[in-house]
Design a protein around this ligand. Structure first.
Ligand SMILES: *[C@@H]1O[C@H](CO)[C@@H](O)[C@H](O)[C@H]1NC(C)=O
Ligand SMILES: *[C@@H]1O[C@H](CO)[C@@H](O)[C@H](O)[C@H]1NC(C)=O
Ligand SMILES: *[C@@H]1O[C@H](CO)[C@@H](O)[C@H](O)[C@H]1NC(C)=O
Ligand SMILES: *[C@@H]1O[C@H](CO)[C@@H](O)[C@H](O)[C@H]1NC(C)=O
Ligand SMILES: *[C@@H]1O[C@H](CO)[C@@H](O)[C@H](O)[C@H]1NC(C)=O
Ligand SMILES: *[C@@H]1O[C@H](CO)[C@@H](O)[C@H](O)[C@H]1NC(C)=O
Ligand SMILES: *[C@@H]1O[C@H](CO)[C@@H](O)[C@H](O)[C@H]1NC(C)=O
Ligand SMILES: *[C@@H]1O[C@H](CO)[C@@H](O)[C@H](O)[C@H]1NC(C)=O
Ligand SMILES: *[C@@H]1O[C@H](CO)[C@@H](O)[C@H](O)[C@H]1NC(C)=O
Ligand SMILES: *[C@@H]1O[C@H](CO)[C@@H](O)[C@H](O)[C@H]1NC(C)=O
Ligand SMILES: *[C@@H]1O[C@H](CO)[C@@H](O)[C@H](O)[C@H]1NC(C)=O
Ligand SMILES: *[C@@H]1O[C@H](CO)[C@@H](O)[C@H](O)[C@H]1NC(C)=O
Ligand SMILES: [Cu+2]
Length: 524
């Protein structure tokens, strides 16, 4: 072999794993469906709730073409997709999908292609959902998994495929437009009718829709990827007679931690390894939820939010044990968020800038404030304003709640303890953050904190740090979309000069705003 050829071979071997463009088409259509037995018109991807699974491999580029075919005017007719939890590098910020932050929505009968490279070797469990008003409540949600061929924890499980994904989410019988109108009129957040497990649920007095069945083979270890696709409710996951070993939190590989109950807030994800090590039988997977007073919606019955873990060889029937809400107190070994550690632990960098965010609800109104300001989506997206020269906080309306930071700094966000009894799952777009203080603990941890992209903000206070090394206007908001709609949101905009330098949107993106603005309100 000549020297030249072997050098070429060596170069080939040193290349990172082969990266591919993954073309995906999603037809956004109104379709009838009865996830919990109540037939209603929904907003869906390809006609199903949840929408089709999107999968990719580390380093791929997602090329997602969205055809907006919505036609049911009882719900929003425009749309926009967010690929929740994926990091987005500055040059791709315009394909990040946040309506009025990084893009305008896609008008009915229009199409748009989001090109989203999977950067920095990011892998894990993600999801996509509408990021226009509260439209995802009407059904537009689905799982997005990025597989890691070199998963450092792969020796811990045998099976990880399309059958090991659990999407738990709240479900509503009414469509969002009347519910939103009711919320604005009363200040009372709508209460869900049911909880669904992979798109199947039950409500009080409803038909006995067969529970979702998760099939397992005795002696096998499964990586279940749990996604809380709620718009409001908190679910508590457990499996009768089985433990769960957490190995991933919002895309971060975690030091394995065995628990038997996991609380997950809206938008949060965990991978857990479950070993089918019990006698062949049927076992309940309990997914009770909390979110608003059940007295406001008599359909609600958290006990009915569940699925069945069925061992091969077990009869096709419900488990014989009672429907519990999870382990009894004396057996409870629940996840404490503050105890999560990344598999590759590292100290959080020191903070350069402190920002304190106070969350306050206006009594009796559908209005949430962050530092006395209720976020109101602007007509011109933040990114477009930046590209047009906006360079300081003063260049944005107060109601845009936009914080401007220099690039390459570490921002520490401090949420003081709040009197409100509901935990607000704050979600950062485009990046993840070091969770320095979890709401689950009084301890500060700068030594080896977990990095995630959604964390609860509540009664004990929460502190996070994020880097502005990835400039752009990144939406930072409560993932209870009713609260977001009521103003519980901010935009963390960093490196505005760098953003202008690096972001070069396509003509298709430039065309979105004029097309949307030209629509009469009922088509927006
Ligand atoms: C969605 O439906 C379209 C049209 O039938 C199809 O081409 C596409 O492959 C489907 N997408 C997925 C992710 O299954
Ligand atoms: C749901 O309602 C629609 C419209 O009334 C009807 O076409 C459809 O057949 C119904 N589906 C079921 C499963 O009842
Ligand atoms: C979308 O196209 C269909 C078929 O051409 C048409 O019937 C419908 O009115 C259009 N919708 C809008 C909002 O323009
Ligand atoms: C991604 O992984 C490859 C192969 O393991 C490595 O060479 C490369 O440095 C990684 N890139 C980043 C940005 O971490
Ligand atoms: C939806 O909400 C409206 C307004 O509150 C109400 O009139 C209507 O009956 C509700 N529909 C359903 C299916 O709950
Ligand atoms: C999902 O999140 C919501 C809102 O934070 C919460 O009420 C619900 O219990 C969570 N569900 C699960 C299964 O963790
Ligand atoms: C679950 O974990 C606990 C504590 O680690 C252990 O005592 C128990 O035996 C485990 N249960 C099963 C079913 O593996
Ligand atoms: C909820 O469902 C369970 C199981 O069917 C039932 O035992 C219980 O009475 C229901 N709760 C309410 C408040 O109806
Ligand atoms: C940020 O706040 C913390 C806690 O009050 C303080 O210790 C730290 O010095 C502050 N850092 C900066 C850069 O202001
Ligand atoms: C909010 O407004 C109150 C009363 O106007 C004022 O005292 C307080 O300092 C403001 N808080 C912030 C964070 O701006
Ligand atoms: C934007 O602000 C930064 C920091 O204040 C400054 O260095 C830069 O020159 C400004 N850019 C423009 C275009 O005004
Ligand atoms: C700008 O902010 C003011 C309050 O400071 C608000 O009344 C107004 O509606 C906002 N305008 C826009 C276009 O968002
Ligand atoms: Cu909230």
């Amino acid at each position: 072999m000549s020297l030249l050829v072997s050098a070429a071979f060596a170069a080939l071997l040193a290349l990172p794993s082969f990266s591919e463009k993954i073309p995906i088409t999603l037809d956004i259509v109104n379709a009838f469906g009865a996830p919990d037995g109540f037939n209603r018109s929904m907003v869906t991807a390809n006609g199903t709730y949840p929408g089709p699974l999107i999968t990719a491999t580390k380093g791929d580029t997602l090329v997602v073409t969205v055809n907006n075919l919505l036609d049911d005017s009882s719900m929003r007719l425009s749309t926009s997709l967010d690929f929740d939890g994926l990091w987005v590098n500055t040059p791709d910020a315009f394909n990040e999908g946040s309506s009025f932050v990084t893009t305008c929505p896609i008008a009915p009968n229009a199409s748009y292609t989001y090109t989203v490279p999977l950067v920095d070797n990011q892998t894990g469990t993600f999801w996509y959902h509408s990021q226009l008003s509260v439209q995802y409540v009407d059904g537009l949600r689905g799982a997005l998994i990025v597989y890691d061929p070199d998963d450092p924890l792969k020796d811990l499980y045998d099976v990880d495929d399309e059958n090991t994904i659990w999407q738990v989410g709240d479900w509503w019988h009414n469509s969002t437009l009347p519910m939103l109108a009711g919320y604005v009129a009363t200040g009372i957040v709508p209460v869900s009718d049911s909880g669904t497990f992979n798109g199947v649920g039950r409500y009080n007095g409803g038909p006995e829709v067969p529970f979702f069945v998760v099939n397992v083979v005795q002696g096998t270890r499964y990586r279940f990827r749990i996604i809380n696709t709620s718009a409001r409710n908190v679910f508590t996951m457990s499996i009768d007679s089985h433990n769960m070993t957490i190995i991933e939190t919002d895309g971060t590989a975690t030091s394995p931690m065995t628990v038997n109950s996991i609380d997950m807030l809206a938008g949060q994800r965990h991978s857990v390894v479950v070993e089918a090590n019990q006698p062949v039988a049927n076992y309940w997977i309990n997914a009770p939820y909390v979110g608003g007073s059940p007295a406001r919606n008599l359909n609600q019955n958290a006990t009915l939010s569940r699925a069945i873990l069925r061992y091969a060889g077990a009869p096709e029937e419900d488990p014989s044990s009672p429907m519990s809400l999870g382990p009894a107190d004396e057996d409870l070994n629940a996840l404490v968020e503050a105890n999560l550690r990344p598999l590759v632990a590292a100290p959080a960098p020191e903070a350069d800038i402190n920002v304190t965010l106070n969350l306050v609800v206006t009594a009796g109104k559908a209005q949430w404030n962050v530092n006395n300001v209720s976020y109101l989506a602007p007509e011109v997206p933040t990114l477009l304003k930046i590209l047009d020269g906006a360079n300081s906080t003063d260049d944005f309306n107060v109601t845009e709640n936009t914080f401007v930071f220099p690039p390459n700094k570490i921002v520490q966000v401090i949420f003081p303890p709040s009197e409100d009894d509901e935990e607000h799952p704050f979600h950062l777009h485009g990046n993840n953050f070091w969770l320095i203080k979890s709401n689950s603990s009084e301890e500060l941890n700068t030594e080896n904190p977990i990095k995630r992209d959604v964390a609860g903000v509540g009664s004990t206070g929460t502190i996070m740090r994020f880097s502005t090394a990835n400039p752009g206007p990144w939406f930072f908001h409560c993932h209870i979309f009713w609260h977001l709609q009521a103003g519980l949101a901010t935009v963390m905009a960093s490196g505005l000069d760098e953003t202008r330098k690096e972001v070069h949107p396509t003509q298709a993106w430039n065309d979105l705003c004029p097309a949307y603005e030209a629509l009469p309100p009922e088509l927006q």
